[in-house]
Ligand binder design. Structure first.
Ligand SMILES: *Cc1c(COP(=O)(O)O)cnc(C)c1O
Length: 422
């Protein structure tokens, strides 16, 4: 779809032809003070609330009120196996087998749990490679894991950086790092899609590269899950972690996800931090047994999970399932392409798009870097009802979301931006 037109009529036409257009009605769209709907382009930071979420939560509140502890087994969706209700739909979205996926904890916690198992440094092989503009939490997590093993991050942390004067990381440069230091690298931990530039990295290729050097390979899919199609199983990646409150619309601070590749499912020798929820379900309540991990990702669970948060995830995953993730991704490519096209049409040198132009190397996000314009522009956008987000020093991130943004949203947003630039 390259022959876009820069008119409101064209945007309306695209909305009419959009098979997912009705899904917008299933979400609460925040309103401006004058009662009009906001142009919400911030679903990469906090996804909007599905209208059904309340019902899903209410069901659990009712069952708790009426059943008390019996709800663990007698609730309409019994709490004991509740996380299992999420697994299949979540697995589909990230391209995994159900046994490879579990919803638990939150992202940074899961990242630590995964590194406990998959970052096992030796004196010769101890380095961790991350992309240089990794989300701060990821960097803190990785550095603290290095320190836990008495490794100085100055020596142990290797950054895959964009070249001088560039914004995006080049795969060749990662290859070069591995050629030079691969024998010393124990783990590749890459965030994809990058939260700042919106760049998606080739997951399978990076995994193969890492494995070629006998490294473990994990991905942070905070901006990938529900956005791109990571095909985790097929990629061969050892692990992945993500959150559910961004593209997955499960509510602020909601429970995260974790992927452990099938090849590790039955390896009881893998070191891990354990808790009772990861123990064999048939003997969990005997309370005496030695730890007997559930095969697959579930074996990494620690605690019995927060049902209210999981109810919100269930509401959201039901919508994803109805819409079909292939359709969501197809629209995302078109919608993001339309945004890119319209931004280029502004022809203003003060804004530069830093997100890759190839749809395969990005998800539903365009990051624009401001040159000679200031944060005031972002504030003015907010005042005009465009909700985006600002990243220091000079980037505005715009995320048009297939399930609830329209082509008209995108068109109107660019008109407002154009006016503000004048
Ligand atoms: C959003 C995000 C996080 C947030 O981590 P939480 O543990 O969910 O608070 C971490 N890493 C990346 C890359 C993110 O985008």
């Amino acid at each position: 779809m390259t022959n876009y037109k820069n008119t409101l009529e064209f945007a309306k036409e695209l909305d009419q032809l959009d098979p997912l257009a009705d899904f917008r009605n299933q979400f609460h769209i925040p309103k401006n003070q004058d009662g009009t709907e906001q142009i919400y382009l911030c679903g990469n930071s906090l996804g909007l609330q599905p209208k059904k979420t309340k019902e899903y939560l209410q069901e659990e509140l009712n069952d708790w009120a009426n059943l008390g502890v019996e709800g663990h087994t007698e609730a309409k969706h019994p709490w004991m196996p509740y996380h299992e209700f999420l697994t299949e739909k979540m697995a589909k979205i990230v391209g995994a087998k159900p046994t490879e996926v579990v919803m638990m904890n939150t992202l940074s916690v899961n990242l630590h749990l995964m590194m406990v198992s998959f970052y096992r440094p030796t004196t010769k092989k101890y380095k961790i490679v991350i992309e240089s503009d990794a989300f701060p939490s990821d960097k803190y997590a990785v550095e603290s894991q290095l320190k836990l093993h008495d490794i100085d991050p100055k020596d142990g942390l290797v950054l895959w950086k964009p070249r001088e004067g560039e914004e995006l990381c080049r795969y060749e440069d990662l290859e070069k790092i591995m050629q030079e230091q691969g024998d010393e690298v124990a783990l590749l931990m890459i965030g994809t899609t990058n939260y700042y530039t919106g760049q998606s990295f080739p997951i399978k290729k990076i995994t193969q590269l890492g494995h070629q050097y006998n490294c473990k390979v994990g991905f942070d899919l905070a901006h990938g899950a529900g956005n791109i199609q990571p095909q985790l199983h097929e990629s061969g990646a050892d692990f992945a972690v993500w959150c559910s409150y961004k593209y997955l619309n499960s509510g602020p601070g909601s429970v995260g996800g974790c992927f452990v590749h099938e090849k590790h499912a039955n390896d009881a020798n893998l070191k891990r931090f354990a808790g009772w929820w990861g123990h064999n379900k048939s003997t969990r309540f005997n309370m005496r047994h030695e730890f007997d991990p559930i095969p697959g990702a579930e074996g990494w669970q620690l605690s019995n999970p927060p049902i209210l948060s999981m109810a919100a995830i269930r509401a959201s995953l039901d919508i994803f399932d109805k819409a079909g993730f292939d359709n969501i991704r197809e629209k995302a490519i078109k919608l993001t392409g339309f945004l890119e096209y319209l931004l280029l049409e502004i022809k203003d040198e003060r804004i530069e798009m830093i997100t890759p132009t190839n749809p395969q190397e990005r998800g539903s996000q365009i990051s624009i870097k401001l040159k000679g314009a200031t944060k005031q522009l972002f504030d003015d956008l907010m005042k005009a009802g465009v909700i985006s987000d600002w990243r220091e020093p000079n980037v505005i991130r715009l995320a048009p979301i297939s399930l609830y943004n329209s082509y008209q949203d995108v068109y109107k947003m660019v008109q407002i931006l154009k006016k503000l630039l004048k």
